[in-house]
Design a protein around this ligand. Structure first.
Ligand SMILES: NC(=O)c1ccc[n+]([C@@H]2O[C@H](COP(=O)([O-])OP(=O)(O)OC[C@H]3O[C@@H](n4cnc5c(N)ncnc54)[C@H](O)[C@@H]3O)[C@@H](O)[C@H]2O)c1
Ligand SMILES: O=C(O)[C@H](O)COP(=O)(O)O
Length: 527
């Protein structure tokens, strides 16, 4: 088996490259390239490991036919075009916790730096000015910290601030009252936070709802003397309005680790009194960088080598332990979805995936995604488990999941039914020896077939001599039959025949088969 190839395109702790190699991947570390250079190179890679510098655009994805996974050694994925990656079937994963403590500590560090004007005091002291009377600070004890965003990082900041004897108020629409109590913070609305906070710290992603959350209008609602810290994302704070607030003295201090445009080499804020900044250093500690590098490499290697999916933003999780159990089910599900897709000519408004017996104990999401991938692949060969659920939604396909824990005729069963203009049609399969996918029922008729390679599906009237005739026809056309699977509704009634053949069946042979007496339908299938 050829080794998966991974490109690390941003500066990353060397542990990442080591893990990739130990886990059986070939790895190149090539950082600082232009988008054009990356476009020229990316085609040969299965995995791309990044931090925030590499921008993964549609153009880069278009140039990456082999790419299967993008791993972000860090949290924010706003530098990845996730819809475009999903449409291309590329898994996007991040490491949501590896740098949270470090970033929370940076926010606290900036809060103290603002409270005591440390950078300027340091600069003037080292310039020989000994400015003992120029830097009257404020205590943080007893002050109110306004937290915008109370997720992983926000909650760590809150715990540190409480340890510093601050009062913490939090605005986060998704924060439950129970969690607020657990965190020891008071849940407030945004206006409440703005009017009460002595310090405001931001810890949300950049979304349409959070963009410009500290707009000119909202900054005007803050207390005079407020100090603002942003270690989350540029774009959350209106930088021009922030400068005005600092210049007017309404805002007593502001500390930005992140900027609207990065790298920020020139900003109107530079040189403004009481403004301090760092160059997106929130995650830059040895500990955090080792954490995220190890995690991203483990996750990506897991996916590329054994199919495990952890912390993916566009695919259900699948642990490396679950993956071996689920893999045969995913193969079965994909084959059943593909069978239905190949045999359905009508439009399908609804597809149902019904599991029975042992299959119900497993994570259903990958099974459903595999059915959809098989079903939709008939329409486009770029469909996979990542993009199939998105495509299904885009095409208005209703997806139903049903579980029946009780075993039926088989210890485990996956049934795929589609609603078509001519009614509900379903196929079902099981796993022999827990690993071998087998079709066991087709449109209400019991059959037993291994769906693989080139196949022929024939519906005919059950009558003597038919099997001989079809055998002769295929033989005359040089087509060797591998397996022969028969099923019928009742003696002399409708029968189905599934043949596996060693070579593709031409249109001409299909036509001849169609003309045999008693034949109602013939279709070539491939798996
Ligand atoms: N400066 C850095 O180097 C650095 C390092 C790590 C993370 N970050 C950034 O910090 C941010 C927070 O990371 P996290 O791990 O805490 O994320 P998280 O997902 O755990 O928390 C984000 C919180 O924001 C809340 N939120 C969402 N929309 C909101 C809205 N409209 N108003 C208020 N709250 C809202 C969510 O409910 C959630 O609780 C991310 O943008 C991440 O990229 C920056
Ligand atoms: O979202 C993150 O994890 C931070 O912004 C860190 O970004 P970095 O990896 O580029 O330092």
């Amino acid at each position: 088996m050829t080794k998966p190839k991974v490109l690390i395109s941003d500066k990353m702790d060397p542990n990442a490259a080591r893990i990739f190699e130990e886990r059986g991947c070939d790895v190149d570390v090539i950082t600082g390239e232009t988008p054009e250079q990356l476009i020229a190179r990316i085609g040969e890679y299965d995995g791309l490991a990044i931090r925030s510098s590499t921008k993964v655009t549609q153009a880069i994805l278009d140039a990456a036919p082999n790419l299967k996974v993008i791993g972000r050694a860090g949290i924010g994925v706003d530098n990845v075009d996730i819809p475009a990656a999903s449409a291309k079937g590329v898994v996007v994963m991040n490491t949501p916790f590896g740098n949270s403590i470090t970033t929370a500590e940076h926010a606290i560090a900036l809060m103290f730096a603002l409270a005591r004007q440390l950078p300027e005091a340091n600069a003037q002291t080292q310039a020989g000015l000994w400015p003992k009377n120029g830097f009257m600070g404020v205590e943080v004890t007893g002050k109110t910290l306004g937290l915008i965003g109370a997720g992983n990082i926000g909650s760590i900041v809150a715990s540190r601030a409480l340890g510093l004897k601050m009062k913490v108020v939090a605005f986060d629409p998704f924060l439950t009252p129970e969690r607020a109590v657990e965190m020891g913070v008071e849940k407030v609305d945004l206006d409440g936070l703005l009017s009460r906070a002595d310090f405001i710290t931001l810890h949300t992603p950049l979304t349409d709802q959070t963009r410009n959350i500290l707009s000119a209008e909202n900054l005007a609602k803050t207390r005079k003397g407020v100090r603002i810290i942003n270690c989350a994302r540029g774009g959350l704070v209106d930088e021009a309005a922030l400068k005005e607030g600092l210049d007017s003295g309404h805002i007593a201090g502001a500390a930005l680790d992140v900027f609207q445009t990065e790298p920020a080499k020139d900003s109107p804020l530079f040189g403004t009194p009481n403004f301090i900044c760092t160059p997106h250093l929130g995650a830059s500690t040895t500990e955090a960088q080792v954490n995220v590098a190890l995690q991203v490499a483990e996750q990506m290697a897991d996916f590329l080598v054994s199919g495990g999916v952890t912390n993916a933003l566009n695919m259900p999780s699948l642990s490396a332990e679950e993956a071996p159990k689920l893999k045969p089910y995913m193969a079965l599900a994909e084959k059943l979805g593909s069978l239905v897709g190949q045999l359905t000519r009508d439009s399908v408004p609804r597809i149902s995936i019904h599991t029975e017996g042992a299959a119900t104990e497993l994570n259903q999401k990958p099974i459903v995604a595999a059915v959809l991938a098989g079903f939709l692949r008939v329409q486009s060969d770029t469909v996979n488990m990542v993009n199939a659920p998105f495509l299904a939604k885009e095409r208005g396909l209703e997806v139903r999941e049903v579980k029946t824990e009780r075993e039926g005729d088989y210890h485990t069963l996956v049934r795929v039914s589609v609603k078509t203009e001519s009614g509900e049609r379903s196929v079902a399969g099981t796993l022999f020896n827990n690993v071998e996918p087998r079709l066991v029922e087709m449109f209400g008729i019991k059959v037993e077939a291994d769906l693989s390679g080139h196949m022929m599906y024939i519906v005919n009237e059950d009558a003597p001599g038919f099997i001989g005739r079809i055998g002769t026809l295929l033989g005359e056309n040089g087509i060797n039959i591998g397996t022969f699977n028969l099923g019928r509704r009742n003696t002399g009634g409708e029968a189905v025949l599934l043949l596996s053949v060693d070579s593709p069946v031409s249109e001409n042979v299909l036509k001849q088969a169609c003309e045999l007496p008693g034949v109602k339908m013939v279709k070539a299938l491939s798996f």
